[in-house]
Design a protein around this ligand. Structure first.
Ligand SMILES: [Mn+2]
Length: 288
C-alpha cells in the first residue's frame, strides 16, 4: 500500500510553542526523500491564545484544523495515512477519519498522558489533553465535523501513562478504559502490555489506529516534546513498540506520530528518533 504523510503543522492545542515547527521539519525531511507529504496548516489569521484562564483555548482553530485534516484523510482512502504532529489535538481529526474510512476501529494510545480530559475536567484548557475523550464521543464540541460512529471505550487502550490528573482518572474509570502505566511496562514488559493492548483494540473491530506520542519516551532520550514527563520508556522499548504494532499489519490501518517539539529538542535527539520511527513505518506499510 502507498503511504500518505500528513504534516499536521499546528500547536493550537497547547500553550507552549514548537510542535508546529516540529511537524514542518519532519515533513520537509520526508519531502526531500521523495515521499508524498500533504501539509495541513493553521488558518491565515490565527493568533494563538496562551492565557491561563481560558479553559477552551483556541477551540475554533482546533476544530477548523481537524476538519481539514479529517477531510484530507477521508478523501485519500487509497493511501495508508501517517499523520505527523503537531500537538496531540490533531488525533481527533486523524483517528475519527480512520473510524469513518474503516467503519469500526480500536485505538492504542501510546503516551505519557491519557489525554482523557473533557472541558469539564481540564485544569489547563490545553486541548491536547482532551483528544482521546473526544475520539470516544465524550466531547462533541470537538467533533462536529464527524458524521460516523466514535471509538468504543472497550476498544481503547492507553499504554505508557505516568501522569494522570485526578479528575481525568475518574473519566477513565467511568468508561472502564484499560491503562498500562510505564510501571506496568517495566514490570510486565513492553511486549506483554502491547499484545494485551492489541487484543483490546482488535476485539470485534475492523482496524486499529495507533496514536504514538513521543513523550512516552524518557525526556533524557527524547527531550523535544512540549510536556516532558520523567521516568519514561527507553529508546529500545520505543523501537520495539513500533515493531510490535507493525507486526500486526494489515490490522493497523492508520498511525499518528505526534508532539515532536523542535524548539525543545537537544542535538536533534528527538528528531533522529522520529525519523527512524517514520522510516520503519513506511518500509513496513509499502511491503505489501
Ligand atoms: Mn498525548
Amino acid at each position: 500500500m502507498k503511504t500518505l504523510f500528513l504534516s499536521a503543522a499546528t500547536d493550537a492545542g497547547v500553550n507552549i510553542d514548537g510542535a508546529k515547527e516540529g511537524a514542518i521539519l519532519l515533513g520537509k525531511y520526508l519531502e526531500n526523500n521523495n515521499e508524498n507529504v500533504l501539509y495541513i496548516k493553521n488558518s491565515d489569521n490565527f493568533i494563538k491564545d496562551k492565557s491561563k484562564d481560558n479553559l477552551k483555548k483556541n477551540l475554533e482553530e482546533v476544530n477548523y484544523f481537524n476538519e481539514k485534516l479529517y477531510n484530507s484523510i477521508v478523501n485519500n482512502k487509497d493511501y495508508f495515512p501517517i499523520t505527523i504532529g503537531g500537538d496531540h489535538s490533531i488525533s481527533i481529526g486523524s483517528a475519527l477519519a480512520s473510524a469513518k474510512n474503516n467503519k469500526n476501529i480500536g485505538i492504542i494510545w501510546f503516551d505519557a498522558h491519557p489525554d482523557f480530559n473533557t472541558f469539564k475536567t481540564t485544569i489547563t484548557g490545553n486541548i491536547h489533553g482532551l483528544p482521546l475523550a473526544a475520539i470516544a464521543g465524550l466531547e462533541k464540541d470537538l467533533t462536529k465535523f464527524h458524521n460516523h460512529n466514535y471509538v468504543k471505550p472497550e476498544n481503547i487502550c492507553i499504554v505508557g501513562a505516568r501522569s494522570i490528573d485526578p479528575l481525568e482518572l475518574k473519566n477513565l474509570e467511568a468508561q472502564h478504559i484499560k491503562v498500562f502505566t510505564t510501571e506496568d511496562i517495566k514490570t510486565k514488559g513492553i511486549t506483554y502490555c502491547l499484545e494485551e493492548a492489541i487484543k483490546i483494540a482488535s476485539s470485534n473491530t475492523l482496524g486499529i489506529h495507533i496514536s504514538y506520542d513521543l513523550d512516552v519516551i524518557d525526556p533524557f532520550i527524547a527531550p523535544g516534546v512540549s510536556v516532558p514527563e520523567v521516568n519514561g520508556i527507553t529508546k529500545e522499548e520505543a523501537i520495539k513498540a513500533l515493531e510490535i504494532f507493525l507486526k500486526d499489519m494489515p490490522k493497523v490501518v492508520s498511525i499518528d506520530l505526534v508532539e515532536f517539539n523542535s524548539l525543545n529538542d537537544k542535538n536533534n535527539q528527538t528528531y533522529d528518533i522520529a525519523i527512524k520511527l517514520l522510516k520503519m513505518m513506511k518500509e513496513k506499510i509499502e511491503e505489501k
